[in-house]
Design a protein around this ligand. Structure first.
Ligand SMILES: NC(=O)c1ccc[n+]([C@@H]2O[C@H](COP(=O)([O-])OP(=O)(O)OC[C@H]3O[C@@H](n4cnc5c(N)ncnc54)[C@H](O)[C@@H]3O)[C@@H](O)[C@H]2O)c1
Length: 331
């Protein structure tokens, strides 16, 4: 029997590790945060502080706040944690070594998940004594607000671990997208990457600015994508016959050169257009100001989606109901 999860270990406390920590502490889980750099503690605490008001705006005051311990000792992480989430830099050799070391020190029932954006879990578990407990748990930035986590099994991951991970992620207010089998980049990053490459081609050919390309999403498809993906959107676009008619209508374009999915050859002009374009779009605003606006809008969007019982609003609704039950039990 696996021990109930009360303390979660985070390995790597940068942007993503801090996001996990904030999500967990807010929900009453204790966090053991491990990083190789002692100075990471200050940044971690500052990031949790930034995340807190958004979490309160979304969910109200925390029912019970968890305790945070920071350590540079991997053994302390491994001995205290009931679930470990790695969020170290995206370097495969580093992650394989880290998984080997955590696996050697942690109780065998403890699940070890990776935040990796695209590595195969089969590679990450390759040097572990207990590879069956290794999974991908890929989140999205800001981790403390966006509910999706993609879970991916490696060749040696057990079904029991995948099921247990789903229960855990749902208990921290997340929507689990469980892949049937592994693929580099998983689902969402493959889609994001396709869009990113196409956008760079348009910029490279100097057809539109970074601002124009972003506007093409912000004022149109992006508004729908927040609660309807490409498939449902095109089903609606097909009229009363849905996707069956959509295919007939748009079939000819499938053959046209409307996409160039390979990365464009990197060059100085492209880099200049990209960096200066983004700085123009920021219009003097600091990254932290843009982040604060993003968080405020995300919170309001999730509340709006809850009202309409759609998309991320369903996850928020589920969590609010669970919180109500918990609070009622306490009183
Ligand atoms: N940034 C994103 O938007 C995003 C989104 C989803 C997933 N991810 C993934 O999350 C992971 C972390 O990304 P990030 O953006 O938080 O990176 P980051 O650079 O902000 O943080 C990485 C942290 O890991 C620490 N570290 C370095 N070596 C370590 C080691 N051997 N053991 C433990 N900690 C170590 C660093 O000191 C740093 O604090 C990556 O795998 C990345 O692909 C990132």
């Amino acid at each position: 029997m696996a021990t109930p999860i009360k303390t979660v270990g985070i390995a790597g406390t940068g942007l993503i590790g801090a996001g996990w920590a904030a999500r967990l502490l807010f929900r009453g889980f204790n966090v053991v945060a491990y990083d190789v750099k002692p100075e990471a503690e200050e940044r971690l605490k500052a990031q949790i502080k930034t995340a807190w008001p958004s979490l309160e705006a979304l969910l109200g005051k925390p029912v019970k706040k968890g305790k945070l311990i920071f350590t540079t000792d991997l053994k302390e992480l491994a001995s205290k944690a009931d679930f470990i989430h790695e969020a170290a830099p995206e370097r495969e050799d580093l992650k394989i070594r880290l998984f080997r070391d955590i696996d050697a020190a942690a109780r065998p029932d403890v699940i070890i998940a990776s935040s990796s954006s695209g590595f195969l879990p089969t590679n990450l578990q390759s040097q572990c004594q207990h590879p069956e407990r290794v999974i991908i748990g890929h989140p999205f930035n800001p981790v403390y607000l966006l509910p999706l986590v993609e879970t991916v099994p490696g060749e040696k991951t057990s079904e029991e671990v995948m099921a247990r991970a789903s229960v855990y992620f749902e208990s921290i207010g997340m929507q689990v997208l469980r892949l049937k089998r592994e693929i580099m980049g998983y689902v969402c990053d493959r889609l994001q990457e396709a869009l990113w490459r196409e956008a760079l081609h348009i910029l490279n050919k100097d057809i539109a600015t970074t601002g124009d390309i972003d506007d093409s999403i912000v004022y149109s498809a992006g508004m729908r994508w927040a609660f309807m993906g490409s498939f449902l959107t095109y089903h609606v676009a097909g009229g009363p016959g849905g996707m069956r008619d959509f295919i007939k209508q748009f079939d000819p374009t499938l053959e046209l050169d409307w996409t160039e999915l390979k990365f464009p050859k990197w060059n100085e002009a492209l880099e200049k257009r990209l960096v200066e374009g983004c700085e123009d779009q920021a219009a003097g605003r600091k990254v932290s100001e843009i982040e604060a606006k993003r968080n405020a809008v995300l919170v309001d969007m999730m509340k709006l989606f809850k009202k309409h019982k759609i998309g991320a609003g369903l996850v928020l609704d589920r969590e609010m109901k669970a919180r109500k039950k918990k609070t009622a039990k306490k009183t």
